[in-house]
Design a protein around this ligand. Structure first.
Ligand SMILES: Nc1ncnc2c1ncn2[C@@H]1O[C@H](COP(=O)(O)OP(=O)(O)OP(=O)(O)O)[C@@H](O)[C@H]1O
Ligand SMILES: [Mg+2]
Length: 302
């Protein structure tokens, strides 16, 4: 099959591993920078070009679209879809996952456990917003935050109010959550491919921090997720429509709680910690999905 990897940088670990795995499985593969793909859109059909040459005939595209290029990247991905290429993560699903408020609402609507979350717009509502959440400690998270950088813990309501006022002054978007102390500074990354958790790792915060992000000095080790954790992770990915997802959970007294569903999860940490060929799993799954779809189309015609 003919594979494309949509990625801005061929040197990134995840990109390299996907290219390697596609070749190992006997596919042809090319990495395309989404920002160099340009599109022709008309009611007669869709076309795309790359560095003055047509892009066509790709059976599968694996998107590795960074948060900073979500808009253009997902338009390119949609163009691929309109031209008949299969993506294990459709453009609409990526947009859903990237919108934190929307994905929290969708997951909760499907009964998936998560820390109780509030958000609001007007400063006049802050006191009542916090009252609605309940007593501190509170976790305040920047919407654009990542790698733990925009995540704060406040022990008193006055501190929550102060942080929120400061963030509003900077025009930042954020949400506020109940703090789950039982998580004890650990979270669990479940790597979902199709209807399986193919690998999982536990990340532990360094002493004195509650954030387990590796970029904050956390450590990771491969673990086996419990059946309940696997089930929640698989359902969370499915609710958002993602075939490939990194689902972050914390362990709480009321069961696994979803923190985030990542539509472009990195491969390095999880392959290192688990020893699983996650890239190979993604390629196998995408090729299988493409075959199934082709067979269905043929049957519908016949
Ligand atoms: N409500 C909570 N209760 C306890 N610990 C939490 C809570 N929310 C987050 N944490 C801890 O803080 C870490 C960082 O939070 P989170 O994963 O939500 O933000 P991020 O990593 O910066 O962003 P994202 O994962 O969305 O890219 C988590 O991995 C977890 O260890
Ligand atoms: Mg995180």
């Amino acid at each position: 099959m003919k594979f494309a990897i949509l990625s801005r940088n061929t040197k990134l670990y995840s990109t390299r591993r996907l290219v390697e795995a596609a070749r190992e499985h006997g596919h042809s593969v090319r990495t395309l920078d989404p920002l160099r793909c340009y599109m022709h859109i008309s009611s007669d059909g869709f076309a795309m070009r790359y560095k003055s040459r047509p892009i066509s005939g790709y059976h599968v595209v694996i998107p590795r679209i960074g948060a900073s290029v979500t808009r253009y990247g997902s338009a390119v991905l949609r163009q691929f879809e309109l031209m008949g290429t299969l993506s294990p993560n459709p453009s609409d699903a990526i947009l859903r996952a990237r919108d934190k408020l929307r994905s929290h609402q969708m997951l909760a609507a499907h009964g998936i456990g998560m820390p109780v979350t509030v958000f609001g717009d007007n400063p006049d509502d802050t006191a009542d917003l916090l009252a609605m959440l309940g007593p501190p400690p509170h976790v305040i998270k920047l919407n654009e935050g990542t790698q733990g950088a925009g995540v704060m813990l406040t022990e008193k309501v006055s501190a929550s109010r102060g942080v929120i006022e400061a963030l509003r002054g900077l025009y930042a978007q954020f949400l506020v959550q109940e703090f789950i102390p039982e998580a004890k500074g650990a979270d669990l990354r479940c790597f979902v491919v199709g209807s399986k958790v193919v690998a999982a790792m536990k990340r532990q915060a360094p002493m004195g921090d509650f954030r387990s992000n590796l970029h904050r000095g956390g450590s990771a080790k491969g673990v086996k997720a419990t059946l309940a954790e696997q089930e929640v992770a698989i359902r969370a990915a499915r609710v958002l429509g993602l075939g490939v997802a990194g689902v972050d959970l914390i362990r709480s007294r009321r069961g696994p709680l979803v923190l985030e569903v990542n539509a472009s999860p990195g491969l390095e940490g999880i392959e290192d910690a688990s020893g699983v060929d996650v890239a190979g799993e993604i390629i196998t799954y995408a090729a299988k999905r493409h075959k199934l779809r082709a067979a269905k189309r043929l049957a519908a015609k016949g």
